[in-house]
Design a protein around this ligand. Structure first.
Ligand code: 5GP
Ligand code: MG
Length: 179
């Protein structure tokens, strides 16, 4: 089993690069079909989605634009948990077919808050495209139209996702090994 050590934890390969890229291509083909003629605007959520966004966009063949946003921790707590503020929305999304490009949907709270924030700018449509989804942890009803892979609730790193800032630069995705 191929393992790596990041800080105080050991991780083992759980999704090889080949499988990731196959699923990214499949999802891009769905987008190409669904959003033909709509000139979509992809909004990638930094930092975790940077590698996914780069691979996805190179499989998208419809005319499109991409812009990037970040989520900043917010001092408030909603009834359902800590929420994060969307910052850096430079693109005008009014009337656009927006596709949010996210690394992973866990509880879904971040995505719900982001959808609420973006909806205020009156886009023509907003779809969620997530590399990974942990269905076992979803706490809210959320329509994730485009998803590459569903995974168990364990903590993962690699392919853009980090453990405390480290481990984003691997080609495969790794799952933490309980020691
Ligand atoms: P949610 O609001 O859906 O619970 O949180 C989603 C965010 O939590 C993701 O964008 C990501 O930053 C972080 N996250 C959730 N699960 C994992 C995981 O297994 N690994 C890493 N690296 N980040 C995760
Ligand atoms: Mg994320």
């Amino acid at each position: 089993m191929k393992t790596i050590r990041i800080k105080d934890k050991t991780f083992a390969v759980s999704i090889p690069e080949e499988e990731i890229l196959k699923q990214v291509k499949r999802v891009a083909e769905e987008i190409n079909r669904d959003l033909a003629g709509r000139n979509p605007l992809f909004l990638a959520v930094l930092n975790g989605s940077f590698i996914f966004a780069a691979d996805l966009l190179r499989e998208v063949t419809v005319p499109c634009e991409i812009s990037f946003v970040k989520l900043a921790s917010y001092e408030g707590v909603s009834s359902t948990g800590a929420i994060k503020e969307v910052i850096g929305l430079a693109a005008d999304i009014t009337g656009r077919a927006v596709v949010i490009v996210e690394d992973i949907v866990d509880s879904g709270l971040t995505m719900v808050h982001m959808l609420d924030t973006l909806a205020k700018h009156n886009p023509a449509s907003i779809d969620v495209c997530s590399l990974l989804v942990k269905p076992g942890n979803l706490k809210v009803s959320l329509d994730i139209k485009y998803k590459c892979l569903e995974i168990p609730n364990d903590f993962i790193v690699g392919y853009g996702l980090d453990y405390d800032g480290w481990g984003r630069n691997t080609r495969d995705i790794y799952t933490v090994v309980e020691e």
